[in-house]
Each structure stands twice: as C-alpha cells, then as structure tokens.
Design a binder for this molecule. Sequence first.
Ligand SMILES: O=C(CO)[C@H](O)[C@H](O)COP(=O)(O)O
Length: 207
Amino acid sequence: MKLQFAMDTLTTEKALELAAAAAPSVDIIELGTPLIKAEGLSAITAIKKAHPDKIVFADLKTMDAGELEADIAFEAGADLVTVLGVAGDSTIVGAVKAAKKHGKGIVVDLIGVADKSTRAKEVVALGAEFVEMHAGLDEQAEEGFTFGTLLDDGKTSGVPFSVAGGVKVDTIGSVQDSGATVAVAGAAIYGAPDVAAAAAELRAAIK
Ligand SMILES: O=C(CO)[C@H](O)[C@H](O)COP(=O)(O)O
C-alpha cells in the first residue's frame, strides 16, 4: 500500500517545507485543493521540480470542463489529477482523455457520492486510474461520522481505491486490511509537531 501526504496548506513556501520533511516516507505528494486555489498551477510545478521522483497529485476536485482542467494540471507537472465522482460521465471522460494525452492518470474523488461502491465501478470503467473513498474535512466533523463505512465501500467496490478522511497511525492498519492501494493522510502529518517523524511513523505502521 502506498502512502499519500495531502498538504492542505495555503502557500507554496509552506508546501515545499512540508514536502521536504515528509518525502523520505511517502510515495505520493498531494497539493490540497485550498493550496491550488490560493497559489495556482505554479504550486504544482514547484513541487514536481523539487520532487521529480515522487508521484505529484493535484487535488483539483474538478466538476466541469474535465479535459481542460486536467490538461493544464498535467502541463504544470501533475502525475495524478482528481475529478469529482458527482460530476457527469462526460466530465470524467474528458479528463481521462487529457490524462491519456500526457501518459498520466485521473483519480475520481467520491466525496459526497451516496452510493460510492456503484459509482466507483462506473468511473473505473470510464478510465479512472483508481477512486478515492473520501470523507471530507466537514463530513469528518459531523456527528455520527464513521470511518468504517469508507472501508466497506472500498471492499465492496472491487476496483482499486484509496482512503482519505482522517487517516492516522491507529487507523492506517485497518485501511491496509480493507485492501486499499493508497492511504491518504493530511492533518496527521502536517498538523504534527514533527512532520518528518509523523510521516515516518505512518510509513512504519504499513505492514
Ligand atoms: O481532500 C481533502 C479535503 O477535501 C483532504 O486532503 C483529505 O481529506 C485528507 O486530509 P485529512 O487526512 O486531514 O482528512
């Protein structure tokens, strides 16, 4: 299972600092949606330039203009770009077309999708590399939120999936046991007093 570090920060400078600290322990470096909104595509280019050996993940969360948005992110240096699962099939197909042009991949983020398992199968059939079983920051804060549902959805989908939404040291084992190909951790790494140590601890928890 790969480890992905989601950098939900607001400046390229801070993202470069976080990425440098975590890089030895992670496979995929994610530029969070707020970072891309704040800094633009140049942040993607800066991270790829600093970490050419890592998979750079641009969390665009595209909802429309799939081909155009994915194309500009791949041009900027992204290896994986997200499109929302609630978007129409034509948006996903357009983004996949851009990915094929660049020899890169589309990840479909299933945040907000009620039947994640069914949509997962549909979007992988449309050409997505894998899906993200994702509970966003707001959903995690809602009363009654349970992480286990994401794992069940992943298991029943039968397609390659990542899990995102509050992954930490005491839950990463269950993510791996669910069969996920990628565990995504944001706050558990960037919110830790020692970012390098937090990333190393998560890496060590993967069997
Ligand atoms: O995409 C995101 C929010 O929309 C986050 O990056 C993702 O949820 C992972 O962060 P955390 O581990 O802090 O929940």
